[in-house]
Design a protein around this ligand. Sequence first.
Ligand SMILES: Nc1ncnc2c1ncn2[C@@H]1O[C@H](COP(=O)(O)OP(=O)(O)OP(=O)(O)O)[C@@H](O)[C@H]1O
Length: 253
Amino acid sequence: MIIADRISKHFNGIEAVKDVSFQVSEGETMVLLGTSGCGKTTTLKMLNRLIEATSGRIEILGKDISKEKPEILRRSIGYVSQNNGLFPHYTVAENIAVVPKLLNWPANDIGRHTDRLLEQLKLPANFKDKYPDELSGGQQQRVSIARALIADPPVLLLDEPFGALDPVTRASVRRDFTELPALKQKTTVLVTHDVQEALQLGDQICLMDQGRIVQQGKPGDLLLRPVNEFVHAFLGQQLEDISRIYERIRAQA
Ligand SMILES: Nc1ncnc2c1ncn2[C@@H]1O[C@H](COP(=O)(O)OP(=O)(O)OP(=O)(O)O)[C@@H](O)[C@H]1O
């Protein structure tokens, strides 16, 4: 369970996040949705203390995170950052093994779990010795997801995990990701600006604008009962764009 209670973040006078509150129940996926600069990433990074909140309270798994050491807190939180965050001088296997090594797992266990995740994420086993720049963007994202999942953390924070991918690759990485057995029990917060992704993946959506939550609810609430014109336009415009992309891809097929 994640509870954010009136959290705010000020950067030198800029109010990036203002009085944001939400709760994510165990096993649920909450999407932070909104345009660039509305405060989604800042909100997400406050949850694993990559950014310290200026005010407000955050509770994860029953504990006030301000009272925990960040490195201990992050052991129970898998994190996929916006540009995959893989270490360029580490191989795929070494990247995936970062957290298990910190946890002193035996090498055999690390190897077994790595092989299983590579298989589930449709990456060939011989990719283990490759370096990130030898992989496509979609493959790098798959490795980044494997790295976030290997130690089986109960909480996952995902910042635009499919953001840099073309629509077709994006759909395929997203599908393989959602089918991962490990995902079923995770409490997840996902950042995206993509309405379709939010509607497909979110049990709950927080639509943000200028640092605030404009509407929070189930996908159907935002779609069918928008609280104002901003929500209506944000969802409507993107869904129109998606149907245009779909028509174009279909015409090319
Ligand atoms: N370290 C920082 N110092 C100063 N201002 C910052 C810093 N990080 C973010 N901001 C500002 O805070 C606001 C929110 O940024 P944030 O990255 O959270 O937005 P976002 O919704 O995630 O955008 P994007 O989708 O483009 O990543 C922006 O105005 C941004 O310029």
